[in-house]
Design a protein around this ligand. Structure first.
Ligand code: COA
Ligand code: AMP
Length: 628
């Protein structure tokens, strides 16, 4: 069946289509009900099916005779370590860790927070939780304690699994002081704090009382078997930025997700079991969950855990070294990583050092990819660079190309066509479908296919208001887009307060809340401005309270520090400019888009709703002064 037919079937005969796809994975009990409704009348998949995703990722392959195949490669230029694990070895570690978690009283339906760097123990912890039905929540290691607190308070974990430190190039990031602070601030106490001691050369223990040693726990525990869970049992929660300061706990199911990932590996990535597949994303992001852990392992691919950066660890040839050394056939990264490499190695000199003959396809997502980066890639790497679009919410691609079919055609600057299962439309504000070449809101007709979010953890109302209430019967993606006459879609960017900084999804509302809490700030607007390397970076414009004596340098320093302390260094807020007033509409709404356009130095139209046009000149003068 070709890609167009596959798509057609997935929309016109969805139940049958997804029933057939579900047969590609092994179930303890194959579902009778393919598509039904949950208690909130929201569509759900395979409700009466039973399975275990750790079984699919590990045990299944051992049963099929592949126990000695390498499942995981850990490559850490920052600690100068390399290690591989076969499926047999992974099972031993994961099942004993699962047994250890069970011995601490964790059971199906409990939650556990995982706050760890890019080491194999993070993947083991995720799969150990899945093995016994514990719902995991991985928190990106670059987030500050406050972000950890928000998640602990929302999902009330029975355990927090962490490590002594992460490493940022040459800088050691001790995790335990951050964890200790988070525990102090959280409303709920976490009963079990499990720490993997990395025993780094400069390991200053910083252990505090009551910690459980990860290795001891594994050593002394009996292996646990995979428990059977319902298809709709949440596998994990992954918090992501929304339009308010509080992150949304995206809940993912088990059976639909496993089916969708198996489908993705075969049809979208076109990768065969046994090959090496590498998604260079942190475990803390959706890509890390779906395509560093679950997708490749379900498909019996060897996956790579890379602890380093595309540049400086030790140079901009690292990616090509890994691709060559481990015969990676398909790779996935964010465009920002390629931009960083391109900047360091504009003529591709480092590429020439490596044999890339096994490398077939490069996938890109997480943010818009500029054409100059695609051109550099084509000139120096010589394999197709394929843009595709998805979100934490979907858990797998929604736009892309079906590369299993060798006839796929790339259109530069487009993120591809709707993936089977995603009935994508471009709407105007009133919900009318737009003709090709008109920019509008990207929406998806319900039901979303298997694997997409179950909802927001314990907050159905927010799920409704964030995604389902804008257009009845459709999921609102928050992205703007244009479709062309051939069905290719071009993403034009977020239509809300979400920004993408170096492939990291962040909320400007959350930053505004932090900036506004400064005692000298009367009001503020944080917007994402263009950045050559990171795609976007946040920029704060603030109005000081009357009578405030703080200097502009002082307030900028304070704001940068506060955002770094609360969200983490990844927020990358490095600029704050004081203005007399913010541009607003006559009804008092801040005109953030206008501020962004002025900061980007782009042409703009004076909004018809602006309260006072003179403010534009005022802000422009201030920008010139600030940049001087
Ligand atoms: N723990 C602690 N701190 C972290 C961190 C982590 N896991 N990750 C990033 N940081 C810190 C960095 O040290 C840096 O701190 P600094 O401002 O004190 O120097 C800050 O956060 C910004 O980090 P980053 O955006 O990663 O900048 P960088 O200059 O170190 O690297 C890139 C730039 C482009 C190489 C890097 O951002 C990258 O590889 N991005 C790809 C992201 C990705 O894969 N996203 C997944 C979606 S597919
Ligand atoms: P995240 O949930 O972190 O995966 O971020 C999802 C958001 O990243 C989307 O809503 C888009 O705004 C953006 N995004 C992801 N992939 C792409 C892409 N290929 N092109 C443009 N934007 C993208």
């Amino acid at each position: 069946m070709d890609a167009d037919n596959l798509f057609k079937q997935s929309i016109e005969n969805k139940e049958n289509f997804w029933k057939e796809q579900a047969k590609e994975i092994q179930w303890f009990e194959f579902p009778e009900k393919i598509l039904s409704k949950d208690k909130n009348e929201y569509p759900q998949w395979y409700a009466d099916g039973k399975l275990n995703i750790c079984h699919l990722c590990i045990d299944q392959h051992i049963e099929d005779g592949f126990g000695d195949q390498t499942a995981i490669i850990y490559d850490s230029p920052v600690t100068d370590q390399k290690k591989t694990y076969t499926f047999n070895q992974a099972k031993e570690e994961i099942s004993k860790l699962a047994g250890g978690l069970a011995s601490l009283g964790l059971k199906k339906g409990d939650t556990a927070v995982i706050y760890m760097p890019m080491i194999p123990q993070t993947l083991f912890a995720m799969l150990a939780c899945a093995r016994i039905g514990v719902i995991h929540n991985v928190v990106f290691g670059g987030f500050a304690p406050h972000e950890l607190v928000v998640r602990i308070d929302d999902c009330k974990p029975k355990a927090l699994i962490t490590a002594t430190a992460g490493i940022e190039i040459a800088r050691r990031i001790p995790y335990l002081p951050l964890v200790e602070k988070a525990i102090e601030l959280a409303q709920d106490k976490v009963d079990n704090i499990i720490v993997y001691n990395r025993k780094l050369a400069d390991n200053r223990h910083e252990m505090f009382e009551g910690l459980i040693d990860y290795e001891e726990l594994v050593q002394k525990s009996e292996p646990a078997d995979c428990v059977s869970v319902e298809s709709t049992h949440p596998l994990y929660l992954l918090y992501t930025s929304g339009t308010t300061g509080k992150p949304k706990g995206i809940a993912r199911d088990t059976g639909g997700y496993a089916t969708a990932l198996k489908f993705s590996m075969k049809y979208i990535y076109g990768v065969e079991p046994g090959e090496t597949y590498w998604a260079a994303s942190d475990f803390g992001w959706a890509v890390g969950h779906s395509f560093s852990v679950y997708g490749p392992l379900i498909n019996r691919n060897t996956t790579i855990i890379f602890e380093g950066k595309p540049i400086m660890t030790p140079d901009a040839g690292t990616f090509w070294r890994i691709i060559s050394e481990y015969k990676v056939s398909v790779m996935f990264t964010a465009p920002t990583a390629i931009r960083a490499i391109k900047k360091e190695d504009p003529n591709g000199e480092l590429v020439k050092k490596y044999d890339l003959t096994h490398f077939k396809k490069q996938f890109l997502a997480g943010e818009r990819c500029d054409v100059a980066t695609l051109d550099w890639f084509a000139e120096h790497i010589g394999v197709p660079a394929i843009d595709h679009w998805w979100q934490t919410e979907s858990g797998w691609p929604m736009l892309g190309l079906m590369t299993f079919d060798a006839d796929y055609q790339i259109k530069r600057a487009s993120a591809g066509k709707p993936v089977p299962g995603y009935d994508i439309r471009i709407f105007d504000e009133n919900g009318l479908e737009l003709d090709p070449h008109h920019e509008g809101y990207l929406v998806i007709r319900l039901p979303l296919p298997p694997g997409a979010l179950l909802g927001i953890w314990n907050d159905h109302e927010r799920f409704q208001s964030s995604y389902l209430s804008q257009y009845k019967g459709y999921y609102f993606s928050g992205d703007g887009a244009i479709q062309d006459e051939d069905g290719y879609i071009f993403i034009t960017g977020r239509v809300d307060d979400v920004i993408n900084v170096a492939g990291h999804r962040l909320s400007t509302s959350e930053m505004e809340e932090i900036v506004s809490s400064h005692p000298d700030v009367a009001e503020c607007a944080v917007v994402g401005i263009d950045d050559e390397l990171r795609g976007q970076v946040p920029f704060a414009t603030v109005v000081l309270k009357n009578g405030s004596a703080i200097t502009e340098e002082e307030i900028e320093k304070d704001i940068i520090r506060m955002v770094r302390e609360k969200i983490g260094a990844v927020a990358f807020l490095k600029n704050a400019m004081v203005v007399k007033r913010l541009p607003k509409t006559r009804s008092g709404k801040i005109l953030r888009k206008l501020i962004r356009t002025l900061l980007d130095g782009k042409d703009f139209q004076v909004p018809s709703t602006i309260d006072d046009e003179k403010i534009i000149e005022e802000i422009q003068e201030k920008i010139n002064e600030y940049r001087a």
